[in-house]
Write a protein that binds this ligand. Structure first.
Ligand code: ADP
Ligand code: MG
Length: 265
């Protein structure tokens, strides 16, 4: 049945499940992400957050359920088809390409859009050069959007961790995707680096990107996101605005309350 909510959704999952052997990593997950929103995905370690991203990006198949992108069933599309369609993922703990400049690292993000072949690249045909120029321009715009343009020609390895994470976001941007899946981009960052990253992410939303952000620092997510979905043991236990999620009894018991509230108390 169609509802107004699902009409506006850029991403929707229905009863999405995934088991690994006997482990139910995800069970009947229904996620709804609206066009242009910044959606937080939180939950304790092992809750199934990364698995959900891999099912959305197509890197692993579900055991059951459906993924819709812009109203289209993409459950059986390949990761490459989904990337071309506008879904971009920054994996948890994503590596930088060492020995390359910051600009080159970001240009890799546009790889999915290349239409020249190996032959063109070797012979450096006009088509190849034209596309390389266009990609370089897009990479520079992406770097500007995350405040890294002054470092375009630096060796990527010399960037501090916060800069490396923003570079990975720029790589996603360079692919011209409409939906960015960011898996713990803030993990391991200092407070000031988190603030800069948060500003970059907010700016992307202003540019009309839709973002789903996995993060375990609840305060960070609450301040930044329009809506939040909470996973626990592979199931959605709450979804809504930060205020609604924060006051949800199930969230307090299962997750937020750890340390100052006891389940069943
Ligand atoms: P989160 O990202 O929330 O920490 P994950 O999605 O990584 O959680 O993992 C959810 C559950 O699925 C965990 O119990 C994890 O051990 C299991 N799991 C994830 N990926 C695999 C895999 N490739 N093989 C086996 N088990 C996995
Ligand atoms: Mg994870």
């Amino acid at each position: 049945m169609k509802s107004l909510v699902s009409e506006a959704a850029i991403l929707r999952t229905g009863d999405l499940s995934r088991s690994f052997g006997g482990v139910h990593a995800l069970r009947n997950v229904s996620l709804n992400v609206q066009h242009g929103e910044l959606h937080g995905l939180i939950g304790p370690n092992g809750a199934g957050k990364s698995t959900l991203f891999h099912l959305i990006s197509g890197h692993i198949p579900p055991s059951g359920g459906t993924v819709w992108f812009n109203g289209q069933d993409i459950t059986s599309s390949s990761p490459h088809e989904r990337a071309l369609g506008g879904i971009s993922i920054v994996f948890q703990g994503a590596r930088i390409f060492s020995g390359m400049t910051v600009l080159e690292n970001v240009m890799v993000g546009a790889h999915a859009q290349h239409s020249y072949g190996f032959h063109d690249a070797i012979l450096r045909t006009r088509k190849f050069k034209h596309q390389e120029d266009a990609i370089r321009k897009r990479a520079r715009v992406a770097l500007h959007q995350v405040d890294l343009l002054p470092y375009a020609q630096s060796n990527a390895e010399t960037l501090p961790l916060g800069g490396q994470r923003r570079m990975q976001v720029a790589r996603s941007l360079c692919s011209d995707s409409r939906l960015l899946l960011l898996d713990e981009p803030a993990s391991g960052l200092r407070g000031d680096e988190r603030d800069v990253l948060a500003r970059s992410i907010s700016r992307l939303r202003e540019l009309g990107k839709t973002i789903v952000l996995i993060e375990h620092d609840v305060r960070f997510v609450m301040q930044l996101c329009d809506n939040i979905t909470v996973l626990d043991l592979g199931e959605v236990i709450s979804t809504g605005t930060p205020a609604a999620v924060r006051s949800d009894r199930r969230v307090i018991d299962a997750y937020l309350g750890v340390g100052d509230q006891h389940a069943g108390g």
